[in-house]
Every structure is written in C-alpha cells, then in structure tokens.
Write a protein that binds this ligand. Structure first.
Ligand code: GFB
Length: 304
C-alpha cells in the first residue's frame, strides 16, 4: 500500500524512472536476487520498504521468519547499495524497535533504553539493525543512509486477513462482515470478538501521510539520527473499537478475548524532529482516514 503512494508522489514531482520490484520476481532474502535487482534497476536512490510484516498475531506465529527475512533483506540491500555506489539509501524501520516501556511521547533519544515488547521484538530488532548498519556505513564509508521510524500505518490496500493483519483492518472487516450476514443465518444478536483487554494505546498514521514523509526525507534529510514518522495522537484500543463500530454502524455486542496479547502497553510519538528537519506534519484527520479505509474495504471486499 505504501509503494503505490510513494510512486505517485515521485511521479507528481516529475520523476518518472521509478522501479518497484515485486517480491515474486526478486526474493530479497536471497543475495543473488539482491544483486540481480541492482543490475536490473541501476538505482541512484533506494527506498527500502520491503518487509515481512503483520499484526500481533502474525508476529507471534512467525518470530523466526520475521527476524531472519527482515534482517537479511535489509542488510543485503544496504550492502549492495554501498558496493553499487548509490547516492542515498532510505531505510524504513518500525516503531516496534522502541523499548517496551518507553515513556510517551516516544523520543528518538529513548530508542536504545531497553528491550522491545516481546511479541514484536524479533521484527523490531531486525529492522533496528538497519539503523546500526546505516550509522556504521556512514562512519566508515561516508555512505548516505537514513533511518525512518513510522508508527502503525493504516489505509486502503492494506491486508484484511483476520489472523495476520493489524488491528484497524481486522476491526473494519469484523464489523462489516458480521453486519452483512443475512438475518436468517444469524438469529442471535451479531457479535464481534476483539483481542486483548482494550487498555493498550496506539497511534496511527494514514498511508498517504507516511508516503509524503518518506518522499520529503528522501529529498531533504541526510543525517545519521533516526526520525519518528507519526501523527502525534494516542487512542486506546477500546476507544478505537468503539469509533470503528460507530463509523461502520455496528451497534451490537463486542466481546474481549483476553487470551490474546495486548502487546506494547502504550504507544505515541514525539513527531517534532520530522517537522523541524524536513517540514513533515501529518494532514489526514483520523476519522477521515478511517472512513476512506472503510469505503475501500466495502468496495473491494468481494476480492478478499
Ligand atoms: O495492530 P496490532 O496487531 O499490532 O495490535 P501492535 C494492536 C492492538 O490491537 C493490540 C489489539 O493490543 C491487539 O491485541 N487488537 C484487538 C487486535 N483486536 C484485534 C484484532 O482483531 N486484530 C489485531 N491484529 N489486533 C504491531 C507489530 O504491533 O506494530 C507489527 O505487531 C508492526 O510488527 C506494527 O510493527 C507497527 O500494534 O501491537
């Protein structure tokens, strides 16, 4: 969902020569595929978005794969970028790299003050190593690699798989699918089951805003320090569930499955550095972003 938006923004800026490799053509976990990609694309700038990613369910089910695949893709892409002598490497990291009990709002200077939350530590630390690699390569080779830390993303074209997706698409699907069940097949009051206790908090960034931030950083930011990319608000999962249910028009029973993990207790970013360094400030109001995502799911759900 992010690559589509980034390509659109670069096209609008007059940049037409953009190569977006597909994972079916280039399995970046394999070094030979990474070498072939650099031969085929001959890039000046690389924006490394590729990731084996998913929600809390997917992370808990695949800690080994999420660690290995994300580490190998990132490390090899940056190393071959260095050997190819590219101008700039933009590494897209994750908010999961922050320590579990980071005080909110998360400041980039707190990034190394502890171990991440257990459910997403393998993924979070694999991506965090790209920050270390970027700073080490800048020091030894003068290689211009930057590291961005986007918060939980949402928007059209996301994965709506109920086991592996993130919370927003899962809730939208649950509310809409149960509503569209024919009454006859569901005499009892419709029920949706959501995960955890509802107490955790999260911050969410609309995909188009994230794309804007990445393009601005690619154009203007050339320093070793990591940068938070977010929208600067905090919402509890309980309030999120009620908001999505209201926007979808689901007014029935919500059951909380406490056997499912809550993940990181609190999450909200300090977004002042991105604004200071390259003038980024998220534009999309949360309710508007949710409405666009709900509309997209309704008009595309038969494809799911
Ligand atoms: O979005 P999510 O899966 O991942 O879960 P994280 C966010 C919160 O929503 C957790 C709760 O407290 C979940 O327990 N939740 C409630 C649900 N109902 C549901 C549901 O039906 N599905 C899902 N998925 N969650 C992610 C990492 O952590 O952060 C990723 O797992 C990624 O790797 C992302 O890095 C940025 O927000 O906890």
């Amino acid at each position: 969902m992010l690559a589509t938006q980034i390509k659109k923004l670069f096209n609008e800026r007059g940049c037409q020569d953009i190569f977006v490799p597909k994972s079916k053509d280039y399995d970046l976990v394999e070094m030979k595929a990474v070498k072939k990609l650099y031969r085929d694309a001959k890039p000046d700038i690389v924006i490394h978005l590729a990731a084996r990613v998913g929600g809390i369910g997917a992370n808990r089910a695949n800690p080994g794969k999420f660690f290995y695949d994300n580490l190998m893709m990132g490390v090899q892409m940056m190393e071959m970028g260095r050997q190819a002598g590219i101008e700039k490497f933009v590494a897209i990291g994750t908010i999961c790299a922050y320590p579990k009990f980071t005080p909110v709002p998360f400041k980039e200077d707190d990034l190394w003050n502890g171990y991440p939350e257990e459910t997403n530590a393998p993924y979070g630390l694999a991506k965090k190593m790209l920050l270390l690699q970027a700073q080490a390569y800048r020091q030894q080779y003068g290689f211009n690699a930057i590291h961005l830390l986007p918060v939980n993303l949402y928007g059209p074209r996301d994965s709506f798989d109920l086991e592996s997706s993130h919370v927003i698409p899962a809730l939208i699907r649950k509310c809409i699918d149960v509503k569209s069940l024919p009454q006859s097949s569901n005499p009892k009051r419709p029920i949706i089951t959501v995960w955890g206790t509802g107490k955790p908090t999260r911050e969410f960034l609309y995909v188009e805003d994230c794309a804007e931030a990445i393009v601005l950083a690619a154009e203007r930011y050339n320093k070793p320090d990591p940068i938070n990319i977010g929208a600067g608000f905090e919402i509890s999962i309980k309030d999120l569930v009620e908001l999505i249910a209201k926007l979808v028009g689901f007014g029935d029973k919500i059951i909380w499955d406490n056997s499912k993990s809550d993940g990181q207790p609190k999450r909200m970013l300090d977004t002042s550095r991105a604004e200071k360094e390259f003038g980024f400030k998220a534009k999309t109001l949360f309710k508007d972003g949710l409405k666009k995502t709900i509309e997209w799911y309704i008009s595309n759900k038969q494809l799911k």
